[in-house]
Design a protein around this ligand. Structure first.
Ligand SMILES: Nc1ncnc2c1ncn2[C@@H]1O[C@H](COP(=O)(O)OP(=O)(O)OP(=O)(O)O)[C@@H](O)[C@H]1O
Ligand SMILES: [Mg+2]
Length: 251
């Protein structure tokens, strides 16, 4: 089943006249892990933000389960937001420095689910446990967490609405190698257990190859190649993909 369908999406940033996303089309199917790879600045995060309407596109369309996200009511968009979540690239910038970890998660229940205070707390603790932390983290501020712990809070926040689809925007690139593996394992375990669908953004082909079913390669705002990881890795068609593969340290 096609969950997300993006057609001819385009975004130019007027300020520096950068065409960050240039006529991009693709679909994401339920239950898959779809990789998006490309060098820094090629437009990956912009594409992610457009897909969730955290940024407005200049042109194109976005359908989620057949619903036209660029032409739905605020109410319907709010409901759709529960199904579509994002884990941000930078766990420092994506958490409010004044907000305790428990509050970050609890707030999501408050906005989206309208559950009672005590239940919220229980659900928050349950989620902290799901991401390998626990009740003792309820009152920690972001500055009192390691990078890996902070990213676990970001994951818990994304899970709080019980989403179907999560865009993981370089969720491990700010972390050191040993923590990267832990977070990747957590994400994959959650994906399998909850039958989640991921659009997984990374500039690291090793990471993409180890967890994705399919991969799309992006260069200067355009998708230049896509296919199963196996095909693209073994038999890259585009010269840019070949260069990426040659310069990557693959497992
Ligand atoms: N708000 C903005 N205003 C102006 N230009 C922007 C803005 N956000 C991004 N850009 C530009 O758009 C291009 C794409 O940026 P984007 O953040 O999508 O890249 P990326 O592929 O996610 O890179 P990275 O791998 O470093 O995260 C870059 O040239 C960037 O400078
Ligand atoms: Mg980015």
């Amino acid at each position: 089943m096609e969950l997300l369908k993006i057609d001819n999406l385009r975004k130019t940033f007027k300020k520096h006249n950068t065409r960050a996303v240039d006529d991009v089309s693709f679909s994401v199917f339920k239950g898959e892990v779809l990789g998006l790879v490309g060098e820094s600045g090629c437009g990956k995060s912009t594409l992610a933000k457009l897909a969730l309407r955290l940024l407005e596109a200049d042109k194109g369309s976005i359908f989620y389960k057949g619903r036209d996200l660029l032409n739905i009511s605020h109410g319907d968009m709010r409901k759709t937001r529960k199904d579509l979540q994002i884990i941000f690239q930078d766990p420092y910038a994506s958490l409010d420095p004044r907000m305790k970890a428990g509050k970050v998660i609890e707030e999501v229940y408050h906005i989206h689910k309208n559950v009672s205070g005590r239940e919220r707390k229980n659900k928050t603790i349950e989620l902290l446990e799901t991401v390998g932390l626990g009740e003792t983290y309820l009152n920690r501020l972001p500055s009192e967490l390691s990078g890996g712990e902070r990213q676990r809070i970001g994951i818990a926040r994304a899970l709080a609405t019980d989403p179907e689809f999560i865009i993981c925007d370089e969720p491990v690139s700010s972390l050191d190698i040993s923590v990267q593996a832990q977070i990747l394992n957590l994400l994959i375990e959650l994906q399998k257990r909850k039958n989640l669908t991921y659009l997984f953004i990374s500039h690291d082909l090793g990471v993409i190859g180890s967890i994705c079913d399919r991969v799309m390669v992006m260069q200067s705002g355009k998708l230049i190649e896509s296919g199963s990881c196996e095909n693209v890795f073994k038999n890259p068609q585009h010269p840019y993909t070949k260069t990426l593969l040659e310069s990557a340290l693959l497992p």
